[in-house]
Design a protein around this ligand. Sequence first.
Ligand SMILES: Cc1ncc(COP(=O)(O)O)c(C=O)c1O
Length: 390
Amino acid sequence: MSKLANNSLKTKKLPFVRERQFCPGPTPVPLHSRLLMVDQVPYHRQEGFYSTFRHCREMLSPLFGSASAPLILTSSGTGAMEAALVNCTEVGDKVLCLVGGKFGERWLDLATAFGCEVHTLSFPWGQVPAVEELEEVLAKRPGFKAVFMQQCETSTGVCLPVGAYGQAINRHSDALVVVDAISSLGAEPMKMNQWGIDIVVSGSQKGLSTPPGLSFIACSERMQRRWSKRPRFYFDLPKEFKNQEKGQSSFTPASSLIVGLEASLAAITAYGVEDYVAFHQGLAQGVRRALEAMGLKLLGEGHFSNGLSAAFIPQEVDGNLLLKRLQERVGMIFAGGQDQLAGKIVRFAHLGMIDYFDICAGIIGLEQELFYLGCGNVLGAGISAFLQEG
Ligand SMILES: Cc1ncc(COP(=O)(O)O)c(C=O)c1O
């Protein structure tokens, strides 16, 4: 145990702690959005609400790089993934899923549940396949109806080059390109039209700093000519497009969340979408330098996402105890690893409208607890690296 173990501030429970969340969703929701959401729940079949709804859809377009306005659905992100799959494939269709983490597995599970003939391009957690590997699969096994992938694989923090993949898939096949940008929208560039991507799905509780409960789905023109003929009801996207053009959703939307979404999107629009992405890029670079300066090895081999950074916890430290102490002693909630990475990594999200100085606090909190748990030479190393980078 380090020499600080005898210092009461490091060992005793602190009297006052403000909770700070560094998990990859839900992300902090700005006060002005929260205040708007506690007002009267808006009635959704009236002109005032239709214009809010339309305004949200318009402001979403630049974030997706989509000429047409994305749909807003009332569901978590997985609902939009299911909607995408059901509306673009038939039972028995041959599909390809890129699987290198927990969320890649979700595409696979969905495609299996809905009766597709599922093929995978599997890659080790923390890595991403080269474009050539994908091209090789497409050449060897022609006839895919759709290819499913993540932009950010949240379980490992890697960012897949979906632009290059989309263009390669378009060059070599007629397959639809479907991207889960649930944890990357707003944090990474997304130019779905330019990159030949047909469907992009996302969710409210990540880069857009709105509570969980809304999902988004943007479709290319080509996709809108290729709807599946499967039975469906709640997630009937062609019907949804018709209704949403009039500012209405087919069913009762989470109207309070949409009011909060409008405020968050207005703030992002005023700041500028590109600058918002650059803000995340700057935070990510700084946090990576900080983690390295604390002696933590990054997971991701160069393909780092802008929304979260994952790093291995030093072997001499009990990873679960580190996260527990951070949460219980200083109110800082970090995500750990999932499945084979449980107890081995810490995931530090810097996603959405997170406060710059909260990130500083997160780095200092990590340093303090690592030091307490026996890592020497960490105090001040991370925060100094972060401030120099940013
Ligand atoms: C990349 C990715 N895909 C899918 C999901 C699932 O989203 P939800 O929990 O909103 O259904 C998440 C949630 O963390 C995610 O990060």
